[in-house]
Design a protein around this ligand. Structure first.
Ligand SMILES: Cc1ncc(COP(=O)(O)O)c(C=O)c1O
Length: 504
């Protein structure tokens, strides 16, 4: 149940402009209020002519793995995409605020990426790296140029899990140590090796050996963690918790760091470690940001104890956080290994590990091979993605539109007590829904689902995350604009008001 206090604090306001159409086809009106006007889009996809909805459900039931996650009570059939828009089989248009889980970085079916891929497809698909092909060399050079220091050796793979698998292997071989640290609430993949790094009970199978040599340390989360205040985060929006720290002296960060030191003292053999992995902002965990300065100190501690620091940029890379191309740059340290996937290929299965030539050389102890990694198609796509980010200034767009988004959400938070926290930077944003602002207890799942589903009915697709699934994840293609943001925020406000009205 939603708390009485919270219900009493809410006001359902008339907020929205009137419009006759929401989607190309009319969507069901929510609580019979005037619809919120969806921004125009000139693109008209071809009509859907595939199997019927019922046939798709049947095939899914009979022939796909039964544990495939499907969003929404009536899962969507999406058959076309254009930039920030998706289209269902009935011709409805949706604003995609989740980008295929933070993957569609420059826009669905971006024409320049499409063109690069189709040109490559008509020349050469695949050889493996037993022969040299020009694209992987051009692309490796372009990608390496994006990194500071001696991070110049690129190993291409196909997924984020594979990238983190390889980073684990390199760290263990290079250091001769076995133990690896990650944060509780981290997500680094689902392969049997990386499942150990992932620290959400919901994403773990009870298999022997998964945790072999992996320790999960306290998450330095300034909102839900035991320490946190009003200036910890590198974000335009801070938590509602108070503190009296000076701007450059985050006590919460120091407390969490001291806690990390205890792991070295008590849990690691001779205090030695192979690596520590960190997302620059936790993604699946619900856009959790760490106190400023924490990762820099953690990296120094890991190195002082013989280990490597691995930045998992699978979600935060490629300009998404706005102020920097890589999330780690804002934490003011240079990692030893960087892993990346998702946005690197705009939806094409492409991922990479970037490290120093010395660390990469550790793989030379045995033969190492990857059939598809960096094949001509993947490299052509990866290079086009880099071009588009530069030409269309998408990092800057992430910064400007992201700041506007955060400001609008902060205003929404002032209207609705159930928005406990707004956080993030650039177009990597989280909105945590709570039952009570003081206890920060999560909003009950049925209410979260109601809000989320209503947004979908009004044409906006948000993601969800966090261990309790109560954080709305906002990580759209980086080409969205302020009009899209206004629409999404208005829709979210309406959805929350509707959910509250149903409770009265
Ligand atoms: C931060 C992070 N690392 C690694 C992965 C694993 O990537 P993949 O699903 O491509 O294996 C994910 C996936 O969501 C992720 O968010």
């Amino acid at each position: 149940m939603m708390s009485k206090r919270l219900l009493a604090a809410q006001t359902t306001r008339k907020l929205i402009r009137t419009s006759s159409t929401l989607h190309s086809k009319a969507a069901p009106a929510v609580m019979s209020q005037p619809q919120i006007e969806m921004p125009e889009c000139e693109h008209r996809p071809a009509a859907y002519n595939g199997p019927s909805y019922e046939q798709i459900l049947e095939t899914r039931k009979n022939h796909l793995t039964p544990n495939l996650v499907a969003h929404f009570k009536k899962p969507l059939v999406i058959h076309a995409g254009h930039m920030q828009w998706l289209y269902d089989h009935e011709g409805r248009r949706y604003l995609d605020m989740f980008g295929g889980i933070v993957t569609v970085s420059v826009g669905h079916c971006h024409p320049k990426v499409n063109q690069a891929l189709s040109e490559q497809i008509s020349k050469l698909w695949h050889t493996t790296n037993i022969y040299m092909h020009p694209k992987i060399h051009e692309y490796a050079e372009r990608l390496a140029a994006k990194f500071p220091g001696n991070l110049k050796a690129v190993c291409f793979v196909n997924s984020g899990s594979e990238a983190n698998d390889l980073a684990m292997l390199m760290a263990r071989l290079h250091t001769g140590n076995q133990d690896i640290l990650t944060f509780r609430n981290a997500y680094h993949g689902m392969s049997p090796y990386t499942m150990g790094l992932t620290a959400h009970s919901t994403w773990r199978y009870p298999l022997p050996g998964v945790n072999n040599g992996i320790l999960h340390v306290m998450n330095p989360d300034p909102y839900q963690g035991i320490w946190g205040g009003s200036a910890c985060r590198d974000s335009p929006v801070q938590t509602t918790r108070s503190c009296s720290c000076a701007p450059d002296n985050c006590q919460a960060g120091t407390n969490y760091y001291n806690e990390l030191e205890q792991t070295f003292k008590y849990s690691l053999p001779r205090g030695k470690v192979a690596a520590m992995f960190a997302e620059s902002i936790q993604g699946v965990g619900g856009t959790v940001q760490f106190p400023k300065g924490y990762l820099k100190r953690a990296a120094a501690l890991v190195r002082a104890n013989g280990g490597l620091f691995v930045a998992d940029e699978v979600q935060t890379g490629f300009g998404r956080t706005g102020d920097h191309f890589w999330g780690f740059e804002a934490h003011d340290y240079t990692p030893d290994i960087v892993t990346m996937a998702k946005g690197i290929g705009n939806g094409f299965p492409l991922a990479a590990v970037v490290t120093t030539p010395e660390i990469a050389a550790s793989l030379g102890m045995a033969l190492h091979f990857n059939t598809y990694g960096g094949n001509p198609m993947a490299s052509a796509v990866g290079m086009a993605v880099l071009d588009v980010i530069e030409e269309e200034q998408l990092q800057l767009n992430s910064l400007e539109v992201g700041n506007y988004f955060l400001k609008c959400l902060e205003e929404l938070q002032q209207r609705f007590e159930l928005i406990g926290d707004v956080r993030g930077k650039g177009l990597m944003i989280g909105v945590e829904l709570v039952n009570d602002r003081e206890t920060r207890a999560p909003l009950a799942a049925p209410h979260v689902l109601d809000i989320w589903e209503t947004c979908k009915d009004m044409g906006v697709l948000f993601g969800r995350g966090g261990l309790n699934g109560n954080v709305l994840r906002i990580k759209p293609p980086m080409c969205i604009n302020r009009t899209d943001v206004r629409f999404a925020v208005d829709v979210l406000g309406r959805a929350i008001a509707d959910t509250l009205a149903k409770q009265k």
